[in-house]
Design a protein around this ligand. Structure first.
Ligand code: S3P
Length: 448
């Protein structure tokens, strides 16, 4: 897939951040809302859908397979589903862009339908491993032909009826779990996934919300999720909570920029996602929850964040599944802390939109932060709250979270920092820079 021209951006040291902002809809929940609505019988309504490129790739694919998806002027999405088993043969290849979640979850859906689909993606996605989903979906009967190394482009020839499996996850991956459960929707019998380590549970919550017969048990082997196949899903009205992964950038920015005091509203705090806030609090961050409530079956609160001095920690490895996407921005917080932060047990960072361990070693190095690289993590020597040197150019490597993490770091750098390409930010948080500007302007207005 051709890439658009890179969009470089230079970021200067920031004054205090103040004011109140909300974050866009949760990316994981948005993908699932579109997919399950497209499989329900009737019309679902989705409010707060993330309108980032990754989610739009899912919407386009579901349309190609027969769902009618529209957006009204108020930003509410309407999805007229085809029913489980009703997906249609797409006429063209499904373009997944940068989105691993779209790819892996859709592979699951296609696997148990009598259709054949080719999935393609950008350079980042085409370097990511797909064997982790090919293996269980092949056991269910799908015939998958991948590019060398189990990569994209690949072709999935679905099997109908597929064979139910009982599968223990070899890697802690919500995408693999969800791919199997989505395949199980159109498979006779009971499909079972055993996860020794719990991962984000949005699929389970939403499947139950759509009326699927799903049970979750905690056993000695781990969490066992059982889904009764040939399900009939009932259309829903879904309200997508704000994305904690997006909120994390604002929370770290306010924590490290002296004088900041912000309110981030509507932040999803599902315990399987909120590890970053636990880790930051262990470092001394001042984050308080206000107006705790439930939105769309998920816990949500507003977060008040005030600047606070941070100290180094050993990041508890058991937090890894609940903050896997937040390590890059946690490393930025660590770069401002007193002492040496060590994060291990996060080998999965090597296979995200970029190799996030190598990418952060290079990026932090370019702004003058000392790191030590491990196979499964990183140690970062913090500045003790002093400005970071900055002055370098960062490669974002088609990885939205590397670009946003370094944009946050740049706010406490003495010298300006150039990010070679911030276009990838649009995959998950299109209004990221506008939101940062709002927080800076609130302070400037108050001062004038
Ligand atoms: C996601 C699961 C995680 C995460 C990704 C979104 C999901 O990936 O990194 O951004 O929506 O299921 P893994 O399942 O590969 O850990």
């Amino acid at each position: 897939m051709p890439h658009p021209a890179p969009t470089p951006r230079t970021i200067h040291r920031s004054g205090p951040l103040t004011g109140r902002v909300s974050v866009p809809g949760d990316k994981s929940i948005s993908h699932r809302a579109l997919m399950l609505s497209a499989l329900a019988v009737g019309t679902s309504r989705i409010e707060g859908l993330l309108e980032g490129e990754d989610v739009l790739a899912t919407a386009a694919a579901m349309r190609q397979m027969g769902a009618e998806i529209t957006r009204d002027e108020d930003g509410v999405w309407h999805v007229h589903g085809v029913g489980v088993g009703g997906l249609m043969q797409p006429a063209q290849a499904l373009e997944m862009g940068n989105s691993g979640t779209s790819t892996r979850l859709l592979m699951g859906l296609i696997a148990s339908h009598a259709i054949t689909a080719t999935l393609t993606g950008d350079a980042s996605l085409s370097a990511r491993p797909m064997a982790r989903v090919i293996e269980p979906l092949s056991q269910m009967g799908a015939d998958i032909t991948a590019s060398p190394g189990g990569r994209l482009p690949l072709m999935v020839r679905g099997m109908n009826p597929a064979v139910p499996i009982s599968y223990t996850l070899p890697v802690a991956s919500a995408q693999v779990k969800s791919a199997i459960l989505l395949a199980g929707l159109n498979t006779p019998g009971i499909t079972r996934v055993i996860e020794p380590v719990a991962t984000r549970d949005h699929s389970e919550r939403m499947l139950a919300g759509f009326g699927a017969d799903l049970t979750v048990e905690q056993t000695a082997e781990g969490r066992v999720i059982s889904l009764v196949g040939e399900a009939e899903l009932k259309p829903q009205h879904i309200v997508v909570p704000g994305d904690p992964s997006s909120a994390a950038f604002l929370v770290v920015a306010a924590t490290i920029v002296p004088g900041s005091d912000i309110l981030v509203t509507n932040v999803g705090l599902n315990p399987t996602r909120a590890g970053i806030f636990t880790a930051l609090r262990l470092m001394g961050a001042d984050i308080t929850e206000q107006d705790a409530r439930t939105v769309g079956g998920e816990p949500v609160a507003d977060l008040r964040v005030r600047h606070a001095p941070l100290h180094a920690i050993e990041v508890p490895p058991e937090l890894a599944p609940s903050m896997i996407d937040e390590y890059p921005v946690l490393f930025v917080a660590a770069a401002c802390a007193t002492g040496r932060t060590v994060a291990r047990g996060a080998h999965e960072l090597r296979v995200k939109e970029s190799d996030r361990i190598a990418a952060m070693v290079a990026a932090l190095g370019a702004i003058g932060v000392a790191t030590e690289e491990f196979d499964d993590g990183l140690a970062i020597t913090g500045s003790g709250g002093a400005p970071l040197p900055g002055g370098g150019t960062i490669a974002s490597l088609l990885d939205h979270r590397i670009a946003m993490s370094l944009a946050v770091a740049a706010m406490v750098c003495a010298g300006p920092v150039t990010i070679d390409d911030v276009a990838p930010v649009a995959t998950s948080y299109p209004i990221f820079f506008a939101t940062l500007d709002t927080l800076k302007e609130t302070t400037e207005l108050a001062a004038s």
